[in-house]
Write a new protein. Structure first.
Length: 220
């Protein structure tokens, strides 16, 4: 069992929440519904499409909820365009390569979304596994997505680090026994720490983040 680094996608590796928000605005308007920042953060960020569909359309059958969410994802893929990785990501992946630490992605996003973003940023080949939680029996906040990511890479929880920006994602990684860095994309540092993250960071250039990763993985 070895050290591993596992990354959430939206709001962590890339800042794409603006595109998700616009896609929800457009699709919800078709049904006479609206969304604002507080609803987005509370009921969308880090949630699976099953949860999102049930929240916005509780009176519609599950299959219709899923179809609406699929439509939203298609709109998102049209909107998002070219995306750059969050500052410091590439340097951290280079450091992991030098130190023999495999990396993976663990996301609640559909695979079509994940691959479009990762291919567009040129990062796909940097990851030994790409876990799309909707393909598993349980999505975040259940620990299974992170457990599966570590299993794919041979990771030991006590040596591994997850990078997350949502409460559900952080709880998933904590439940899997990982050290967690909370990204302050959508939450304040205080909110991130209250969930249980070991530290809060704005991006991957933060010296405290790099020091924590080195210590946790036994490279410090």
């Amino acid at each position: 069992m070895i050290a591993t680094l596992l990354f959430d996608l939206d709001g962590t590796l890339v800042e794409t929440d603006w595109a998700h928000f616009k896609a929800f605005e457009r699709v919800l308007a078709e049904y006479g519904k609206t969304i604002d920042d507080s609803i987005f953060k509370a009921h969308v960020v880090g949630r699976s499409n099953i949860e999102i569909g049930a929240y916005f359309f509780p009176d519609r059958p599950a299959l219709e909820q899923a179809a609406i969410c699929d439509h939203k994802e298609a709109v998102y893929r049209e909107i998002v365009g070219d995306i750059e990785p969050v500052p410091g990501v590439v340097a951290l992946l280079d450091w992991a390569d030098v130190n023999g630490i495999p990396c993976g992605v663990v996301t609640n996003a559909p695979r079509a979304n994940a691959m479009q973003i990762l291919d567009g940023t040129g990062l796909t080949k940097r990851f030994g596994t790409i876990i799309c939680a909707h393909e598993l029996p349980h999505a975040k906040p259940h620990p299974l997505p992170y457990q599966q990511g570590m299993a794919d890479l041979g990771g030991a929880p006590g040596l591994s680090v997850a990078f997350e920006d949502s409460p559900s994602g952080m709880r998933s990684a904590l439940g899997a026994g990982m050290g967690v860095v909370g990204m302050t994309t959508n939450l304040s540092a205080a909110e991130v720490l209250a969930v249980g993250a070991a530290l809060a960071a704005h991006d991957f250039t933060d010296p405290a983040l790099l020091a924590f990763v080195a210590r946790r993985t036994g490279r410090g």
